[in-house]
Design a binder for this molecule. Sequence first.
Ligand code: ADP
Length: 275
Amino acid sequence: MHSARLLQDEAQAQSQALAAPPYYAPQGEECRLFEHAHASRLPLLIKGPTGCGKTRLVEHMAARLGRKLITVSCHDDLSAADLVGRHLIQGGDTRWLDGPLTRAVREGAICYLDEVVEARKDTTVVLHPLADDRRVLPIERTGELLQAAPGFMLVISYNPGYQNLLKGLKPSTRQRFVALGLDYPAPAVEQAIVATESGCSPAVAAQLVRLAQALRRLTEQDLEETASTRLLVMAARLHVAGLPLLASCRAAIIDALTDEAETGAALHEVLRAVI
Ligand code: ADP
C-alpha cells in the first residue's frame, strides 16, 4: 500500500527538465526578490489567492536560474515520509527510495511545496532544519543527515483566504521564510496575461478583466474563491476555440465559482452587464 501511495506522490511531484523560461508577467519586484533569496540561500514563502500566478512565477524563476524544479502539490494526507522517502520492499529486498524533497536537496533543485498548509503537521518538522542556516535534512529512517547542495531552494506557497485561517502556518515556520505577497495583477498586466496565454484579442482580454473586477468586488466577502486570472485565461481559451464569449464566461468563471442558484444568478447579472 505504501509503495502505491509513494508512486502516486511521485507522480504528483513533477520534475521539470531545464527549459526556456515560461512566460511570466511580473506584478512588481517579485522576480528580483526571488533571485536575491536564491542567491542568499533563503527559503521563500509565496502567499496569494488561487490562480494569481504563484506557480507560474516559480516555474519561470527556476528556468531563469537554471535550476531543476520539483513541485509537490500538498494535500491533507501528505506526510513527512511522502516528502523525505521510505523503504520499499521489492522481491524480498528492502531498498530506500528518496522522496521529492530529498531528491531536491541532493540535486540542488528548487523544491516547491504548493499549498503547504494542506499537508500534515509532521511535515514542518523536516522543513525547519532545511529552512534555517543549517540547510540540512535529517532522514530519520536511514540515520542520514543530508546537507543541501548549493543550488537547493525551498519555496512554499499558501492561500491566506478564510478557509485557511484556522490552519495557518505556525509562527515558528513562517519566520524561517522570506515572504512574498502576490495578488491578482493590475488590470493592464492581467489583460496582457489573458491575451498572451489564450491568443484572444486585446479587446476581449479587456472585457474579461473588467468582468473579473466587477465579480471580485461582489464576491470578495461571500465566496471562498473569486474570478482568478486562471479562470479568465480559461474563458478566453474557450472563446478562442469558437464558443461565444458569454457562454465561455458562464462555463469557465460563473459556474466554476458557485453551485448556489441565488449566487449564480447574481454573478450572472454582473456577467450580462459587462459582456
Ligand atoms: P497559482 O499557483 O497562484 O494558483 P498559477 O501560477 O497556476 O496560479 O496561475 C494560473 C494561470 O494564470 C497560469 O497557468 C497562467 O496561465 C496565468 N497567469 C497568472 N498570473 C500570471 C503571470 N503573472 N504571468 C503569466 N501567466 C499568469
